[in-house]
Design a protein around this ligand. Structure first.
Ligand code: ADP
Ligand code: MG
Length: 416
């Protein structure tokens, strides 16, 4: 969803909630006032016409209705978010003043509480806003606390207790709303990520296919030139190296587009690790990085596509080396878990990954390196998932990173 669209949607929802709230507020307010101050007294006092409200009297109604034009004003200004607070604050202030006027000078028994206050608390979850909820609940309890202290009356405890209980109910509803919304958002994000992947994949496969052929002739001719002019070959090795780099990026991209058929066979994991280390050895030496491998006991061969798994470990070891520009040590640990899974961990002493970046790992093109592609982890993740395995990353910035790859030893009994 586009950002503008999202803001628009949220605004729309808030306006809907505010409308609902205003309807409830005025209906309950008018009904309560009519029943409590006019119908009831008329029925039970032999038709004696009751006095209007005491305290603020008719001013009370004036304030309650005079805030309505502000609703229109704030809505026009595109800020409906403030309306609920406006109502709550206005209500609290005038009702407190009203109560103080009535009860301060006299020794009348305190009788308070209005259905409107119940509306405020019970319907606060419709805004799905914790800040508003706490403002209302705490505000209401404080209001009675203040009145109680000022007029020295313990009667205020009754509405306070009732409102605390109602707040607890409202809080439960609010938390449910929020958690429901949260999982919906997550599901939506996941879907969007998959869609993005699919589109990138298709594009990449198409482009990659077109690029590969000219690239291989380019490489062939460059090699030819290098042989032909052995004295001026300063740049040829660099050119070939760069062509290889483009090639490997294209290959990564193509893995996403057309997930290759996996050819499972029984392979020894030691062999895969040894191969990976031999490929990355040169880069490791250049960065003064040493690698320590610990293999726990004799390991069973695992069902996998060895070519693809090599790709995974090359990506992970490269990341580990690149995280330690000043050199360091990489520990590779292989062990069997529960007799059914193989756990391979790659631990470095590098720069680590800050917390904000963790959710972005594996996103296409997410990289913090100037010459990175941001495809390595994504491709590795895809391959490991195709093997019904799992990659998890733990990192503490400045200390290092540990990447765990878990793979099932046997693929039998699995349906794709
Ligand atoms: P690239 O290596 O091309 O940047 P990757 O997908 O392999 O792309 O990695 C994405 C990002 O994840 C890297 O740019 C880096 O910020 C972070 N990262 C991955 N592995 C490590 C690691 N071992 N230590 C620190 N950061 C890492
Ligand atoms: Mg990488």
């Amino acid at each position: 969803m586009k950002e503008g669209n999202l803001v628009h949607k949220l605004l729309y929802e808030e306006t809907k909630a505010t409308k609902l709230f205003l309807w409830l507020f005025y209906i309950f307010f008018i009904a309560f006032e009519l029943i409590y101050y006019y119908i009831f007294p008329n029925l039970y006092r032999d038709g004696e016409i009751s006095k209007h409200r005491e305290g603020l009297g008719l001013w009370y109604y004036f304030f309650i209705f005079v805030i309505f034009p502000f609703v229109i004003y704030f809505k026009k200004k595109g800020n409906p978010y403030i309306i609920k607070y406006l109502y709550f604050c206005t209500y609290i202030v005038i009702d407190t003043v009203h109560n103080l006027i009535i009860y301060m000078a006299t020794d009348k028994q305190f009788a308070a509480g209005s259905i409107v206050e119940v509306v405020f608390i019970l319907f606060s979850p419709i805004f799905v806003n914790k800040k508003y909820f706490w403002t209302v609940s705490i505000g209401m309890v404080l209001k009675y606390g203040l009145i109680g202290i000022t007029i020295h009356d313990v009667q205020v405890v009754a509405p306070m207790v009732i409102y605390v209980i109602l707040s607890a109910i409202a809080l439960i509803i609010l938390i449910r709303f929020e958690s429901y919304l949260h999982s919906l958002t997550n599901a939506y994000e996941e879907l969007r990520r998959k869609e993005k992947l699919a589109v990138i994949g298709q594009m990449a496969a198409a482009i990659g296919h077109e690029i590969r052929n000219p690239l291989s002739s380019l490489k062939g001719f460059t090699q030819l030139q290098q042989e032909r002019y052995p004295n001026t070959n300063d740049f040829y090795p660099i050119m070939i190296q760069e062509i290889d780099r483009i090639n490997s990026i294209v290959e990564d991209l193509m893995t996403l587009g057309k997930p290759k058929e996996i050819k499972f066979s029984k392979v020894s994991i030691e062999e895969i690790i040894a191969y990976t280390l031999s490929i990355t050895q040169q880069q490791a030496e250049k960065h003064v990085v040493s690698v320590e491998t610990t293999i726990a006991g004799p390991l069973p061969p695992i069902d996998c596509d060895s070519k693809q798994l090599k790709q995974v470990f090359i990506n992970l070891i490269k990341n580990a080396i690149e995280s330690m520009p000043m050199g360091g040590k990489i520990k590779v640990n292989v062990k069997v878990l529960d007799g059914t899974k193989m756990d391979i961990s790659i631990q470095d002493e590098g720069c680590g990954i800050d917390e904000e970046s963790i959710p972005n790992l594996g996103e296409p093109f997410f990289t913090t390196k100037t010459d990175g592609t941001g495809l390595g982890l994504m491709v590795s993740n895809q391959i490991v998932q195709d093997h019904h395995g799992n990659i998890s990353i733990k990192s503490s910035p400045g200390k290092g990173t540990m990447v765990n790859v878990t793979l099932p030893i046997s693929q039998i009994n699995r349906k794709n």
